[in-house]
Design a protein around this ligand. Structure first.
Ligand SMILES: Cc1cc2nc3c(=O)[nH]c(=O)nc-3n(C[C@H](O)[C@H](O)[C@H](O)COP(=O)(O)OP(=O)(O)OC[C@H]3O[C@@H](n4cnc5c(N)ncnc54)[C@H](O)[C@@H]3O)c2cc1C
Ligand code: FES
Length: 286
């Protein structure tokens, strides 16, 4: 984790109210992995929480450029849109635990709801670089909110669902998942909590529906990997990236917790933001 000055290289509105910003931050780019995030200081010093968390959308270790994709929802995100190339901001990161891909997984299913695309976008690049096949399912309310395919590598199979049927499948993105669950070795999702909870329910019933073996079942059979361990996550069919309001983003304030299936609160900034879907108590109000 580093605290550094990141220089804005490019800023553009890619969808109504949604911005893609590229920053030159070589020290950050060299060590970051898909699923991690940065905590960024804004010019709004009026509140207690001075920083805002954003997923690392893309990272290029060669050029040292990282990109963030965000929607303007309040004062902090609006402030970023007024930055101009050459301006520098203060970034803390990379933070949190990355997605864990099993080395044996060839077919990755990525599921994004709206801005959740920012949480899985970097995994597209990592997976293709490692020679895996990627299908990305993307859900939005309507066609004008659909992530442009021009921002994705050509090798990705990109499938869209809209709630109102104005583009792609008419309905929720979760309705597309059963068509791919036999093909996929692992799935990774980011989006609204109800979407993630629905995916977790689907994933829980997958083995019985398909009669498939669990990844890593033979080695150490009978001895489950410890809850929350890298090994357990690597074997989980579904990993999710969670978003909670954050204070410190370094594990100190407990402002970001969700309830784990062990009954222990889990800090999204430290134990997450990625989790095995079976680590989260989706019925809990946290
Ligand atoms: C790990 C992580 C990664 C994130 N990645 C992205 C990303 O890549 N792109 C993106 O657009 N947003 C992302 N978010 C959400 C983003 O941090 C908030 O939208 C941002 O902090 C809002 O700041 P603001 O000052 O503009 O809004 P505020 O004035 O603070 O709040 C305005 C509205 O946004 C909601 N909001 C504020 N913070 C969050 C939050 N953390 N999660 C959900 N809703 C929030 C509030 O409830 C309120 O309705 C991420 C959040 C987390 C925890
Ligand atoms: S935001 Fe402070 S513990 Fe996570």
């Amino acid at each position: 984790m580093r605290l550094l000055a990141a220089e804005l290289v490019e800023s553009r509105e890619v969808l109504p109210g949604q911005w893609l910003q590229a920053y030159h931050a070589p020290a950050l780019a060299s060590g970051a992995r898909a699923g991690q995030f940065v905590h960024v200081r804004t010019g709004d010093y009026s509140g207690f929480v001075l920083r805002r968390p954003f997923s690392l959308n893309t990272v290029d270790a060669v050029t040292g450029v990282v990109s963030l994709h965000f929607r303007t929802v309040g004062k902090g995100t609006a402030w970023f849109t007024h930055l101009r190339p050459g301006d520098t901001i203060d970034m803390l990161g990379p933070l949190g635990r990355p997605f864990e891909v099993d080395p044996r997984s060839r077919h990755l299913l990525l599921i994004a709801g709206g801005l959740g695309i920012a949480g899985v976008r970097m995994l597209v690049d990592e997976a293709l670089r490692d020679g895996r096949q990627v299908t990305l399912l993307f859900g939005a309310a309507t066609a004008r909110d659909v992530y442009p395919s021009s921002l994705l590598p050509d090798e990705v199979e990109y499938v869209v669902a809209t709630d109102d049927g104005t583009l792609g499948h008419h309905g929720f993105v979760t309705e597309l998942v059963p068509d791919y669950e036999a093909w996929a070795d692992q799935a990774f999702a980011c989006g609204p909590r109800p979407m993630l909870a629905a995916l977790a329910r689907l994933a829980a019933g997958r083995r019985e529906r398909l009669g498939v073996a669990k990844l890593g079942r033979k080695r150490g059979a009978g001895r489950p990997d410890p809850y929350g361990s890298t090994a357990a996550r690597r074997k989980a069919f579904l990993q999710v990236s969670m978003e909670q309001r954050m204070g410190c983003a370094v594990g100190a304030c407990l402002g970001c917790v969700v309830m784990g299936t062990t009954g222990q609160p889990q800090r999204v900034c430290r134990e997450g933001p990625t989790f095995g879907a079976d680590e989260i108590d989706w019925e809990s109000g946290w």
